[in-house]
Design a binder for this molecule. Structure first.
Ligand SMILES: Nc1ncnc2c1ncn2[C@@H]1O[C@H](COP(=O)(O)OP(=O)(O)OP(=O)(O)O)[C@@H](O)[C@H]1O
Ligand SMILES: [Mg+2]
Length: 375
């Protein structure tokens, strides 16, 4: 097992002009920790992972595995195993041969190979498939073989690059659980790349959110959700995404939020007002998660009422996503199933004022979150 440390790690591609793929990542992954890199396509996740693996040279910075600088250490000698999206199993070999192949290349004694292959097959529930070839397996079973090939090597660190994205939704969920269980069982350091926020939230001890080569926040799943440091993280984590409304902090002694376009205003509770004082007059973005917006049957304490027009209701059975147009702004409420007026009718929403976030419009940085950072 091992820790992994990145200090100012950069990657610049020079093909067709200079392109900064990774703009200086600092990250300390503790021994045995499960860290997930997440972000939109092209943000530099795979490049970062491949630099850790040694499959990609680094343009700057330092990578340490267990304290040792590995910048110039070839992949083979880094004691790392990587699992990719494409399983790339050898089609002409049986599952047993696929699992043992890397060990055979290392000239490991037959008995030890057999023992490791059996153990991995047991861990992954592959025992009854050992004599089949990859084409005789389902996608999930193949992906388990790919995992098994990594496990038998007993690496210090596991790296995963979107290992589940070729699987159907149901299989992804069951493989996700399998990987979580594997992490618990082996207690080994894992770094996992995905653009799926549900995978990130459910697997990671900590999550690294990246955008355009930059790290936007590194935190536990719950902290990312409750106290996003900037608008990007706030909008990326959570589904449906957080509602954003541009506007300004207005008012004299009693600051209010005035939505852009002047159609509506809301009073802010005293503690929120105190925290946004300094932003008075400046352009801000209000953020509120759909679950903190309700259908307001009557004005309630701690609720700011916003009236708009009902545009769409999507019923999922256990909950309903209610889309409302309020002035120039779209809001989504995640509501309990209930009778709703016909589409196009006026509808009142209650925004939980204890749960609102404010971000600077220009920088996107957080001004305040409904739940404050612990002191
Ligand atoms: N060999 C290369 N030459 C030039 N640019 C590259 C090369 N490989 C990757 N890039 C660029 O570097 C950036 C980061 O790529 P990377 O593969 O790390 O993204 P990613 O976050 O893994 O995205 P995805 O979710 O689509 O896999 C992208 O803009 C990509 O176009
Ligand atoms: Mg990628």
């Amino acid at each position: 097992m091992a820790s992994v440390t990145l200090e100012g790690v950069r990657k610049i591609y020079h093909e067709g002009g200079e392109h900064v793929a990774v703009a200086g990542v600092n990250l300390e992954v503790a021994d045995g920790e499960f860290v997930v890199l997440v972000g939109p396509s092209g943000c530099g996740k795979s490049t970062t992972l491949r630099m850790i693996a040694g499959l990609e040279s680094i343009s700057g910075g330092t990578i340490r595995i267990d304290g040792r600088v590995v910048n110039d250490v070839p992949p083979k000698l880094r004691d790392i195993a990587m699992v990719f999206q494409s399983y790339a199993l050898y089609p002409h070999m049986t599952v047993r041969e696929n699992l043992g192949f890397a060990l055979k290349l290392r000239n490991m004694p037959r008995a030890e190979i057999d023992q490791r292959v059996s153990a991995a097959a047991a861990t992954l529930g592959l025992e009854q498939y050992l004599d089949r070839r990859p084409r005789q397996l389902s996608g999930g079973q193949r992906q388990r073989v790919a995992l098994g090939r990594a496990i038998v090597r007993q690496p210090k660190v596991f790296l995963f690059d979107e290992p589940l994205s070729n699987l159907d939704a149901q299989m992804r969920v069951s493989m996700r659980r399998e990987i979580a269980r594997l992490h618990q069982e082996l207690g080994v350091t894992m770094i996992y790349v995905t653009h799926d926020q549900v995978e990130a939230m459910t697997l990671g001890d900590r999550i690294v959110v990246m955008e355009k080569g930059h790290v936007k926040q590194i935190d536990t799943p719950l902290n990312l959700y409750r106290r996003p440091k900037n608008r990007f993280v706030a909008g990326f984590i959570g589904n449906p995404a957080m509602n954003f409304v541009g506007g300004t902090i207005a008012g004299g002694g009693d600051p209010r939020f005035a939505a852009e376009g002047g159609e509506w205003e809301m009073r802010l509770p005293a503690d929120v007002a105190a925290r946004v004082q300094a932003s008075r007059g400046a352009a801000v973005i209000l953020g509120i998660r759909p679950e903190d917006v309700s259908i307001a049957t009557q004005p309630g304490r701690g609720l700011a009422t916003v009236t708009g027009r009902l545009e769409l209701a999507e019923s999922l059975g256990n909950e309903t996503f209610v889309y409302v147009r309020a002035g120039a702004h779209d809001l989504i409420a995640r509501a309990v199933p209930q009778p709703l007026p016909p589409l196009g009718s006026p509808i009142a929403l209650g925004l939980d004022t204890d749960k609102i976030h404010f971000f600077e419009a220009a920088s996107g940085e957080r001004i305040t979150s409904g739940e404050r950072d612990p002191a």
